[in-house]
Design a protein around this ligand. Structure first.
Ligand SMILES: [Zn+2]
Length: 273
């Protein structure tokens, strides 16, 4: 079976704050042994190939109040010569440039393939109307937008912004916009995320950072909505190998079709491949 990882970070001390790097070190000491100054693109591609993963979504991040800044330009440059690496943009709330213009630049000039926003790290309500022109543009391009939902341990995060229910307004106003709730609202809003995918056909759940064995309990409707779940590792902030995570998904009591959808089919569809 083919595997696509929808949630990979470029984690280096150059971009992320010391506390975040310390968390990664605690979770995944091997990462620092292998890539002392952060991996070059060839090394990420080789690492994921060794895990059986052929495509990885690489995430930009503008969260100076919480984790740090990985610009769209850095991610674009990183992915440029490697078709396995899929660049996802983010939006800076610190720049004066309108969000929609930032998005247009990321798509039309930098050739980025989707977006990731972190409301709790960037301190905004995702249903704030000031974001609507941005959603309108992303919808018009047929690109996905991921949101970090649920908890976070990092200082500076404001969890109130990460309630999946805030995305109900967005999904309703933009029914053609592909929305992904990363972490499925963990741990106190799983039920909200599960219900939202039943209400909105354009909503999805990214399973990165959720204990795999509990997925059937957290999302009792997973098999019914198997077209809405996406595998992601959150690498390198993950204590086990990506291969190990994949084998945990393969061990779940679901049909082979469901597992194939989670592990690559849904990602292929959302990425337009
Ligand atoms: Zn992440």
């Amino acid at each position: 079976m083919k595997f696509i990882d929808f949630h990979v970070h470029l984690a280096t001390a150059q971009h992320w704050l010391p506390a975040v790097m310390a968390f990664v070190r605690e979770n995944n000491p091997g990462y620092f042994e292998q890539f002392a100054d952060g991996p070059v693109p060839e090394e990420i591609v080789a690492y994921f190939a060794s895990q059986g993963v052929t495509q990885m979504v690489m995430l930009a991040e503008y969260a100076p109040k919480c984790t740090g800044v990985v610009t769209n330009e850095v991610i674009t440059r990183y992915c440029r010569d490697h078709k396995e690496l899929i660049p996802f943009a983010s939006i800076s709330l610190e720049l004066d440039t309108p969000y929609e213009s930032q998005a247009r630049y990321a798509v039309e000039e930098l050739d980025m393939k989707g977006f990731k926003l972190l409301p709790s790290y960037q301190h905004f309500y995702p249903n704030d109307p000031s974001f609507f022109p941005f959603y309108e543009y992303v919808q018009s391009q047929g690109l996905p937008v991921m949101f970090h939902t649920g908890s976070s341990i990092f200082r500076g995060a404001r969890i109130k912004y990460a309630d999946p229910l805030l995305l109900d307004d967005v999904a309703d106003a933009f029914p053609g916009l592909t929305i992904i709730m990363e972490h499925g609202g963990r741990p106190f809003w799983y039920d909200r995320a599960a219900w939202l995918i039943s209400r909105h056909r354009n909503m999805h759940i990214g399973i990165a950072g959720i204990a795999t064995r509990h997925l059937p309990r957290y999302f009792p409707n997973l098999e019914r909505y198997s077209d809405r779940f996406l595998f992601g590792s959150d690498w390198p902030a993950v204590p086990i190998d990506v291969k190990g995570l994949i084998s945990r998904v393969l061990a779940l009591p679901y049909s082979d079709d469901t597992k194939a959808s989670i592990l690559h089919g849904n990602a292929e569809r959302l990425l337009g491949k």
